[in-house]
Design a protein around this ligand. Structure first.
Ligand SMILES: Cc1ncc(C[n+]2csc(CCOP(=O)(O)OP(=O)(O)O)c2C)c(N)n1
Ligand code: SF4
Length: 284
């Protein structure tokens, strides 16, 4: 395959992210993945939530929709149903996806709509300067938990697996080429693909050294991606942190199940302007 130049997706805007932020790794991996899959910018839509992660659509020269906090999946679903020819990739933060927007994840997973969700999981609210989120580890001091987080964190991979997702993966923004491969595989997967990306927020919760020490690659262990049981076991590991594809199976997509209403999908229907003569005659 002859890859495109990743620079074609560069809007030329200088990112406002803090130096060293994990968002840079996700941006680079995304551009490289699209380039290697030779996806033309006009056929890709990046949907982002509100947060530091949300700026990624400003730096991607594709179609983009920077939506309100926690509403990436409904937007992405609508776009995909309107025009299934588009590659629709949602980018969300852990606050965006697992707090205010949590109600949408299980439903996108069980519906198996062919969209991709990449969650920039820095385990903290970045943009609002470092408050606790559903994935902040127990005991961690944040701006809103000065005595340590008293709440048990949510495990997003277990949630996605239990909801019926057909593609569940975890990446690390410090492993850009590995993440690029995950994004490529997610895009090629026919159905809902979920990637939780461990993305250090160097300013409010710098997890680089602990993640570098603990992550290991699932594909180097003989992990069977078709086994739901193995996927659950790996997702529960805490001593070491697996990255890679946990689970991947095929199931009909929502678009296929919905084909009676999608024939053709709204964006591909011929434009036939309504006859306004009768209506206009009332105003003569
Ligand atoms: C309805 C609503 N509630 C709250 C906010 C305030 N707000 C803006 S960004 C943000 C948190 C973003 O955190 P996260 O999704 O983890 O993204 P990050 O900044 O870490 O990338 C919040 C609570 C908002 N914009 N809209
Ligand atoms: S506050 Fe954190 S997440 Fe936001 S740009 Fe800075 S390092 Fe990145």
């Amino acid at each position: 395959m002859t890859a495109l130049d990743p620079a074609i997706y560069d809007t030329g805007k200088r990112p406002v992210w803090c130096p060293g932020c994990g968002n840079y790794g996700v941006l680079l991996a995304l551009r490289k993945a699209l380039a290697e899959l030779e996806l033309k910018p006009e056929n890709v839509v990046i949907v982002t939530g509100i947060g530091c992660h949300g700026r990624i659509s400003d730096y991607m020269k594709t179609n983009g929709f920077h939506t309100i906090h926690g509403r990436v999946l409904p937007l992405a679903t609508g776009i995909k149903l309107a025009n299934p020819n588009l590659t629709v990739i949602g980018h969300s933060g852990d606050g965006d996806a697992y707090a205010i927007g949590l109600g949408h994840l299980p439903h996108a997973a069980r519906r198996n709509i062919d969209i991709k969700l990449i969650v920039h999981n820095n385990m903290v609210f970045g943009l609002t300067t470092g408050q606790v989120t559903p994935t902040t580890p127990l005991g961690v001091k944040t701006k809103s938990t000065p005595f340590g987080n008293p709440e048990h964190p949510l495990n997003p991979l277990l949630l996605a697996l239990a909801s019926g997702a057909t593609f569940v993966a975890r990446g690390f923004s410090g492993e850009v080429d590995h993440l690029k491969e995950l994004i490529k595989r997610a895009i090629l997967h026919k159905g809902f693909a979920f990637i939780d990306v461990l993305q250090p927020c160097v300013t409010f919760f710098n997890t680089y050294s602990i993640l570098r020490e603990k992550v290991y690659k699932l594909e180097e262990t003989g992990h069977d991606v078709k086994s739901l049981e193995q996927a659950f076991r790996r997702a529960m590991e805490t001593e070491r942190i697996p990255i890679g594809v946990f689970y991947e199976v095929e199931r009909p997509t929502l678009e296929e199940a919905f084909s009676h209403a999608m024939n053709p999908p709204p964006a591909l229907r011929p434009l036939s302007p309504p006859d306004l003569t009768r209506l206009l005659s009332r105003f003569r």
